[in-house]
Design a protein around this ligand. Structure first.
Ligand SMILES: [Zn+2]
Ligand SMILES: [Zn+2]
Length: 159
């Protein structure tokens, strides 16, 4: 079971649907090996970047698989655009392999978000801040218009 919510800018039309967690689809072996109806392991469906999929098929064997994989929330540290990404980790002879995703807009390497917080100000407007995995805290601004007020829809569950 995973969950999601929609983040909307209060001033313009920018909105983003965040999807997090592990859906029902991702039973352990399915992530890397077993196929869905279209004959592809989940990793091929969830990871759009061809170079990452190539890398995975090159290094994947029984020793490299880990149980760590889930839909995670990423953000571009440059333009503040959110992105959903399939996080996973493979153990290779030369260390860990963790995919690197890039911003669709500006090509900057995306950072994973650890924590999202929203605070209400005195006018009742919400402001979003988040923490990177390295602990750094950042206030969010709309990538389209620079507004820092936002709304979020109620959390939805997905499977
Ligand atoms: Zn905006
Ligand atoms: Zn960007």
């Amino acid at each position: 079971m995973g969950f999601g919510y929609t983040i909307r800018c209060k001033s313009c039309t920018y909105c983003f649907g965040a999807m997090l967690g592990t859906g029902m689809l991702y039973s352990s072996a399915m992530a890397y090996r077993e196929c869905d109806e279209d004959g592809q392991p989940i990793i091929c469906v969830s990871v759009k970047d061809k170079s990452i999929r190539k890398k995975v098929s090159d290094i994947l064997d029984d020793n490299t698989c880990t149980e760590e994989y889930y839909e995670d929330l990423y953000i571009c540290p440059k333009c503040m655009r959110f992105a959903n990404g399939f996080y996973f980790k493979l153990n290779t002879s030369s260390g860990e392999y963790i995919p690197e995703y890039r911003c669709e807009e500006c090509e900057t390497v995306l950072k994973r978000i650890k924590e999202v917080n929203s605070e209400k100000d005195n006018d009742g407007d919400r402001h979003l801040s988040f923490k990177y995995r390295n602990g750094r805290k950042v206030r969010w601004k709309c990538p389209e218009c620079g507004c820092d007020k936002m709304t979020t829809d109620t959390m939805i569950m997905w499977d």
